[in-house]
Design a protein around this ligand. Structure first.
Ligand SMILES: Nc1ncnc2c1ncn2[C@@H]1O[C@H](COP(=O)(O)OP(=O)(O)O)[C@@H](O)[C@H]1O
Ligand SMILES: O=C(CO)[C@@H](O)[C@H](O)COP(=O)(O)O
Length: 461
């Protein structure tokens, strides 16, 4: 029974799961929090991974890291950060994104070259921001890594050249996933000069060893990790409700959505992972719980005590700006508040807004990939909310398969580690533990209609 360790270095925390490589059974798991905010000293992730893997790494024969996508880890000649990392949900580079898309010949040309239309989340836009707003720091940059590359390097033997994978690289804005090659020209155009980039490791290959000699696999982006951890197969749509809200699917061929709604990432197994990502997801409920002075269980109970449509209250939940739709300067907007509005209505409106935003994401993904999903699976921290589970099938308009509670990004990283350890042609077959299939219960269609009307009204200048 060889054990493998999977690490998820996501936005809010690092999670580590120790797994039996033969059948995917979780033997132990630990986590450690990350600092809040959209710019973070990346060394905090190294401290978190040390804490989360303490006592587990020693027991593993192989390890892999999946990490939050896109974050800009800019290193100097000594391999130290020139400044705090800018995360995927930092919107200061929105104007830089517009500029870079224009330089590439417009949105469709950008999607054709990179698989995605650049928005502020992408690494290249952050490098352009650095060039224009902190030129002294930009001039010191010698190497650019993604969060998972930086954590993988930390776990590897000293002197290991940094490495990444095709999945995470496809979210940088200077990688061509179809040829699996870096676009140093685009990196230089963004940053103002060229810099070193990590070696791109083939899917399932061993990339390095730890100081103790354990195999380190290439790692990947957290969403690619989740796809590998399910595993997601043709006909599935995965809805993930963490810091970001994500709808994703695995497909064999690249997509190039010139509207920018669907990003055309690569996956961690040689295919592609078209995705729709929102910036406001679990945080909508965190904020609502704080405002109402309740915990998550109480928020859920309140939401379920109201009725469909939240007594006429509708929320546009783009509190921190939004990426899909691309409204980096948006704020949250409430409508329909009356003297009759209750705390339960407010809780309900928050849950409905979260799910309507995800329903938009699923619909856009289905429209781009052209096939109604065979299954919709739902994972992520906010699926612990009973209200989210109860209302999701009705608002998504599809039955929802709920995998057993677990850390599926970390499980995907563990599966990649097991793959690299085995040297086999593909990852091991691990059964997906499922908790329930949540059936669709008919709901008031005006919930989505009113959400869409508010969303579209706010888009007007
Ligand atoms: N019972 C719950 N109800 C709603 N949200 C929850 C609940 N438990 C945890 N969360 C939220 O889930 C989020 C963390 O989810 P996770 O998938 O781990 O995020 P990430 O991978 O982005 O770090 C946090 O915002 C947390 O508050
Ligand atoms: O930017 C994206 C996807 O393009 C996000 O999905 C990040 O990858 C962060 O993920 P979580 O921390 O929410 O899992």
């Amino acid at each position: 029974m060889p054990l493998v360790l999977g690490v998820d270095s996501s936005t809010q925390s690092t999670k580590a799961v120790l797994v039996d490589a033969d059948d995917g059974t979780v033997v132990a798991q630990q986590s450690a929090p990350h600092p809040p905010g959209t710019e973070v000293d990346p060394r905090a992730w190294l401290a978190a991974v040390d804490t989360a893997t303490a006592g587990l790494l020693e027991r593993a024969e192989a390890v892999a890291v999946a990490g939050q996508q896109h974050g800009m880890v800019a290193l100097d000649a000594d391999g130290e950060p020139v400044r705090d990392a800018l995360l995927w949900n930092d919107t200061r580079s929105a104007a830089a994104a517009v500029e870079l898309v224009a330089e590439l010949g417009g949105p469709q040309a950008c999607a054709d070259a990179l698989g995605s239309v650049l928005v502020a989340s992408f690494t290249s836009t952050k490098l352009r921001w650095l060039r224009d707003h902190a030129p002294a720091e930009a001039a010191r940059v010698r190497q650019v890594l993604l969060p998972h590359d930086y954590v993988s390097r930390h776990l590897s033997a000293p002197g290991t050249a940094p490495f990444t994978d095709r999945g995470d690289a496809s979210g940088t804005g200077y990688f061509d996933a179809r040829t699996s090659s870096w676009r140093h020209d685009l990196l230089a155009a963004a940053l103002g000069h060229d810099a070193d980039l990590p070696v791109v490791v083939a899917a399932g290959a061993a990339a390095a060893t730890t100081p103790a000699g354990q195999v380190v696999a290439g790692g990947t982006g957290d969403n690619m990790g989740a796809a590998l951890g399910m595993p997601l197969t043709a006909g599935d749509v995965l809805v993930s409700i963490g810091t970001s809200g994500v709808a994703s699917a695995v497909v064999p061929d690249p997509v190039a959505d010139g509207t920018g709604t669907v990003t055309g990432f690569a996956d961690a197994a040689g295919g592609y992972l078209p995705m729709v990502t929102t910036m406001n997801a679990a945080g909508i409920l965190d904020l609502q719980a704080r405002w109402l002075g309740v915990d998550h269980d109480e928020l859920s109970a309140l939401a379920l005590a109201s009725t469909a449509g939240a007594g006429g209250v509708t929320l546009s939940p783009y509190y921190g700006g939004e990426r899909t739709p691309n409204r980096p300067d948006a704020v949250g907007t409430w409508t329909g508040l009356t003297p009759a509005t209750t705390r339960a209505d407010l809780a309900r409106a928050a849950v409905e807004a979260l799910l309507c935003s995800l329903a938009d994401a699923v619909d856009a993904l289905v429209a781009e990939t052209g096939a109604e999903p065979r299954r919709v699976l739902m994972v992520g921290g906010a699926t612990r909310s009973e209200a989210v589970r109860a209302l999701a099938p009705a608002i998504l308009g599809r039955p929802v398969l709920l995998p057993a509670p677990g850390e599926y990004v970390a499980r995907g990283a563990a599966r990649q580690a097991a793959w690299a350890l085995s040297g086999a042609a593909g990852p091991p077959a691990w059964p997906l533990p499922t908790e329930a299939t949540l059936p669709v219960v008919p709901t008031d269609p005006s919930v989505r209609e009113r959400y869409a009307a508010l969303r579209d009204r706010l888009a007007q200048p």
